[in-house]
Design a protein around this ligand. Structure first.
Ligand code: MN
Length: 243
């Protein structure tokens, strides 16, 4: 049996120096690629593009999807005007991610949504975001850590009967945290399964879909040195194999 193919949503990167300054490149952080390989899958980077039919055709080749991190979701997508605290947005990528989600969910592919992916899948399902965590008065923990990426810095309490707690075999984990936005209200069908100790929503799962796990932290940056995080990718590959 062939190994499952895991699509990873890509973005555009431009160097800010050198001969090719400003020249756009299709990319993802290679930790996503390594995490899929280490867990027994075949990683495929899905380049950012606008053609809906091409996006659908690429998803046809995949057995699972990872929605990667990146820019803030445009608040126009959840009925808000931009506030002072918002970061960089990339509305064309919002559209790309929406098309990827639609195509993947139409095929009932297992989906792992990470950071921006977590936020956009929430918005796709009708949820909303805090444009900056300063707008959530309960948010007191440092969620934008200045430690190295593979270092866990805050606790997440997982719901006892959640898929995530089941996968990791724990109801309390320590994760890294690289976000300045957070979930305000969860989208329809999304059940909150993990929170930081200040109540910030860090994980949810779709309760009416075969396999969808959405997390605010970055397991791909930790999976080389942290077994809890590696288990998340192994679970995705296992779900992709079962399709
Ligand atoms: Mn956090």
């Amino acid at each position: 049996m062939r190994k499952p193919i895991i699509g990873i949503s890509g973005s555009i990167l431009a160097d800010d120096s050198g001969v090719f300054r400003g020249y756009p490149r299709a990319y993802v952080n290679s930790d996503y690629v390594r995490s899929v390989e280490d867990a027994g899958g075949v990683p495929v980077i899905i380049p950012f593009e606008a053609d809906e039919a091409n996006i659908k055709a690429t998803i046809e080749l995949c057995d699972g999807l990872i929605l990667s991190g990146g820019q803030d979701v445009s608040p126009l997508n959840y009925g808000e005007e931009p506030l002072q605290g918002i970061g960089d947005v990339f509305p064309e990528r919002d559209k790309f991610d929406f098309s990827l989600i639609r195509a993947a969910m139409d095929r009932l592919l297992p989906v792992l949504a990470i950071c921006r992916g977590h936020q956009i899948i929430n918005v796709y399902n009708g949820g909303t975001l805090y444009q900056d965590l300063s707008y959530d008065k309960n948010c007191t923990i440092k969620h934008l850590q200045n430690q190295r990426p593979e270092l866990g810095t805050h606790t997440i309490i997982l719901e006892k009967n959640s898929r995530l707690a089941d996968i990791i075999g724990k109801t309390e984990i320590i994760t890294n945290s690289f976000h300045h936005q957070t979930i305000k209200t969860a989208g329809s069908g999304l059940e909150i399964t993990g929170r930081a100790k200040d109540g910030t929503i860090e994980a949810f799962e779709h309760n009416n879909y075969p396999w969808l796990i959405s997390i605010q932290f970055h397991p791909e940056m930790m999976s080389a040195v942290n077994e809890d995080m590696k288990k998340i990718f192994v679970a995705l590959i296992t779900a992709a194999k079962k399709r």
